[in-house]
Design a protein around this ligand. Sequence first.
Ligand SMILES: [Zn+2]
Length: 149
Amino acid sequence: MRYKLLGIEEGSAICDFCHRKEITMLYRTLDNETGEIHSFGSSCILKALKISGEDFGRMKADKELKELKKPYEFNVFHIGNRTTANFMFNGVLYVRTYLRCSDKKVLTDSPFCFTDTKTHKYLALPLEIRKEFLAFFRKRAALEKILST
Ligand SMILES: [Zn+2]
């Protein structure tokens, strides 16, 4: 992608394309080929960069994906025929091993129980936390889909 969206700012500044004072949103963009940073008003950005609405959607998705944060420290590893999930919760590392499966399966598996690596006690994740995880994976998948088209 030639252009990268750096930020969307409210306020007034001069649009680099039409040179009028914009009073709505300003889109700050980086041109990866020239290294130049520009600010464009919302009504000018497509014309200024000569990009389609789809390209603009990808620019926004790319930025959102980079800023998307995991709700908790949670990592899934796929090694051989095993899938291992590590989950840090309240300062304790929990682990669970599965026969190889998708990240989504790890989160939707029932019962969603992790073992404390020190005490070997089980932690059943509250439904609310599972929902946060699922929302995170859904959002990430949606953004990746936009970027892959
Ligand atoms: Zn403008």
